[in-house]
Design a protein around this ligand. Structure first.
Ligand code: ARG
Length: 373
């Protein structure tokens, strides 16, 4: 076995698919505010997601894993912890952990390297342990694998803007968007912080979304860590930026799918244009905020959180018919995968996975420079 992946679309051979077991609605912490009184979790309460929801999500995850295996892809699964345990460092304690469904948030493969992200929630501090049995086995099996971990963050109160949530939620949208553009959000710059799911891989170019979980120091750390890449910090017109993979989704060289409700900045669009990339607005999602599953902290735009098997074949959530039709028109073979029961556990088909091996090499898809890009 080998570790290798440079982009989001090369032919997929080996992947990790997350598990729903034991996932917890997190206890409050500086980074996380939850208030779901109608679903049994009013503000200040926390605890495991209901067993029937876990069973339905695991069924969809197992079915997804099986359909990838049928396509010849090797599928590995993480080892869940008891996420209802408290977590502590010498500097703080936190009443609960979270889960290990969204693998994408924690790990990123770049070439022969798998990098563990810092993460920025206290409840997710130890999530990497769920993946350590796999990482250890990859490390022993592939003598060329580079195994890296970004600096473990302290996540003291100094890493978070005090009183962020109530203040931010009281702002009108245009002021929120202004704060998003300036990345004056939840995180301070006390230490580098990023989630792996804020990175989109396009060969030599890595686009990193500044978000509620990724700060500028995190992008600087990534730039220094990947000196032969071009690492670009980017923002979108999204009041709650959290992971780039339901916003800016590369499908093949020259084609990116874009959540039309979250405009990209003009300089970024121009960079794509002059390098002959087409930016296609995604179809409207089938779900609305009102019809999302309970306890879901994602948006209806999980509709574009797709997983590419190669540059002609893409897995899409099975009820997202408008999105499937659009991809069909763009020339893709679409594999429908039922997945909405997984959403409350932290995301869609892309979130639930990390590619360990895709055939291919590092290519430069952006030969022309533009502005800060
Ligand atoms: N925050 C995104 C949205 O709701 C969902 C992306 C989740 N991605 C992930 N890797 N967990 O639009």
């Amino acid at each position: 076995m080998k570790v290798n992946a440079w982009n989001e679309w090369d032919p997929l051979r080996h992947i990790i698919v997350g598990r729903a077991d034991g996932t917890v609605v997190q206890a409050a912490e500086p980074a996380v505010y939850r208030d779901w009184p109608q679903d049994g979790f009013p503000q200040g309460t926390w605890g495991p997601l209901p067993d029937d929801m876990v069973a339905r999500a695991n069924e969809q995850l197992d079915n997804f894993a099986e359909s990838l295996r049928r396509r010849g892809v090797t599928v590995d699964r993480p080892q869940p912890l008891d996420f209802s345990q408290p977590v502590a460092t010498p500097e703080w304690t936190q009443d609960s952990q979270f889960g290990c469904m969204p693998v994408r948030d924690v790990l990123i493969t770049v070439g022969n390297e798998i990098l563990e992200a810092t993460m920025s929630y206290r409840s997710r501090w130890f999530e990497y342990l769920c993946y350590r049995p796999l990482l250890e086995s990859y490390f022993h099996a592939d003598q060329d694998m580079r195994w890296e971990a970004a600096p473990k963050p302290r996540l003291t109160d100094a890493s978070f803007r005090a009183g962020f949530w109530p203040e931010y939620e009281s702002l009108p949208d245009d002021e929120k968007l202004d704060r998003v553009r300036r990345n004056e959000l939840l995180l301070t710059e006390a230490e580098p912080l990023f989630d792996a799911a804020d990175v989109a891989r396009f060969g030599k170019d890595l686009f990193v979304q500044l978000s509620l979980v990724t700060n500028q120091s995190g992008v600087r750390w990534l730039r220094q860590h990947f000196p032969s890449h071009r690492v670009h910090p980017v923002t979108f017109g999204n009041t709650h930026p959290l992971h780039i993979d339901a916003t800016w989704v590369p499908l093949r060289p020259g084609l990116v799918l874009h959540c039309s409700e979250r405009p990209a900045d003009p300089e970024m669009l121009q960079y794509f244009k002059i390098n002959d990339w087409e930016v296609v607005p995604a179809a409207p999602p089938q779900k609305t905020y009102e019809t999302l599953p309970p306890l879901c902290f994602c948006s209806p735009w999980l509709s574009i959180n797709v997983l590419s098997i190669d540059e002609r074949t893409v897995c899409v959530e099975a009820s997202e018919t408008r999105q499937m039709e659009l991809l069909d028109r763009l020339g893709f073979e679409v594999l429908p995968v039922p997945f909405w029961d997984v959403a409350p556990f932290g995301g869609g088909l892309n979130c639930a996975t990390v590619d360990v091996y895709r055939e291919g090499t590092c290519e430069d898809y952006f030969p022309k420079r533009h502005g800060r890009f």
